[in-house]
Design a protein. Structure first.
Length: 338
């Protein structure tokens, strides 16, 4: 069952507060679409939302719809309800499509699914020059395809992301399509696995599984996760590194959960458990990021312990990781799609 304490604490009738001081929301920093989209992914995958969480889901969807303009999206809204940026195609565009695709595929109410699909379709006709933005958007396309396998905008977007990723280099030393590891790295592998299963594209599936296997191996140290830190990691650098981010752990967990759903190989389920254990203290600092008193999550792992602030991004990453063992395989593969 979803621990909604901090999620509700960080929510109001506009959206999710981006930052917190400890567990106290920092209203002066306002809201961002990135977090609203992450929240939509999380809540769409819950089978039985409480009335309070249903209200949060509606609020986050309304926030996302309000951010939309002609297939592009704004990201930052002040506490005064004034937008602080212009519509664009950055990471927030990709995450918005991820949240909308998840809602269109999995939300429990038909009207919400229908409205989300319309908004997804508008955004899916755009293309971003940024790889991560395309990757996040393609994960939304994959969600749509789990329910609507013939959806052409979703199929084109997922295929476009595979093209944007490009060929995965051969060999075992650096089978990675970029010169360094940046952020949300496992999402790149997840897109390839999703494309392999849903388009289908056997070559993409093989590349995605190889990339994920390499990422898990490279980010495991002494039997526990040691993920790429916030500053990224170059080819010659090795673990551990700090400041490690919950979103990096969640990206790896989600990608491995999809790999497990597609292949049935238990090694991927074991990697998801490593991610869950990271939040509970099986990490390089030996410190839990889960705050059992508040239900929140520390904003990062440092060499000397945990960042005490409990922002929305970190909380959603933790909740999404803890949610994964409860998901039906069909939610990630399209098995039984209507």
């Amino acid at each position: 069952m979803l621990d909604d304490r901090h999620l509700l604490r960080m929510s109001d009738d506009v959206g999710l507060f981006e930052h917190a001081c400890g567990a106290i929301p920092r209203r002066e920093h306002g809201y961002c679409l990135d977090d609203a989209a992450r929240g939509l992914v999380l809540l769409s995958r819950e089978q039985d939302l409480t009335p309070r969480l249903s209200r949060v889901q509606e609020t986050l969807f309304a926030f996302t719809a309000h951010a939309h303009e002609d297939g592009r999206f704004r990201n930052r809204l002040g506490y005064d309800r004034g937008w602080q940026d212009s519509p664009g195609l950055g990471d927030w565009w990709g995450r918005a499509l991820w949240g909308l695709g998840s809602t269109a595929a999995h939300a429990g109410r038909a009207w919400l699914r229908a409205e989300a699909r319309l908004l997804f379709d508008a955004g899916a006709r755009r293309r971003s020059p940024d790889l991560r933005a395309m990757v996040f958007a393609a994960l939304g396309a994959a969600e749509v395809l789990t329910r609507f396998p013939a959806d052409e905008p979703a199929r084109a977007l997922l295929g476009g992301a595979v093209t944007a990723i490009g060929p995965v280099p051969p060999g075992e030393d650096w089978p990675w399509p970029e010169p360094r590891l940046e952020y949300a790295n496992a999402a790149v592998g997840e897109v390839l696995v999703a494309a392999g299963a849903l388009l289908p594209d056997p070559g993409a599936l093989a590349d995605g599984l190889r990339v994920l296997d390499w990422l898990v191996d490279r980010q495991t140290l002494d039997g526990k996760l040691s993920v790429v830190p916030a500053g990224g990691r170059a080819r010659h650098q090795s673990a551990p590194g700090f400041d490690q981010q919950p979103i990096e752990v969640a990206a790896l967990a989600t990608a491995c959960a999809r790999a497990h759903a597609v292949t049935g190989d238990p090694r991927w389920a074991a990697a998801v458990e490593l991610a869950r254990a990271w939040f509970l203290g099986a990490n390089d600092a030996g410190a839990p990021l889960l705050d059992r008193d508040t239900g929140g999550c520390g904003d990062g792992l440092r060499a000397d312990g945990v960042n005490r602030n409990q922002g929305a991004e970190s909380m959603l990453a933790m909740l999404a990781t803890f949610q994964l063992p409860r998901l039906r395989a069909g939610a990630l593969t399209g098995a039984g799609a209507a």
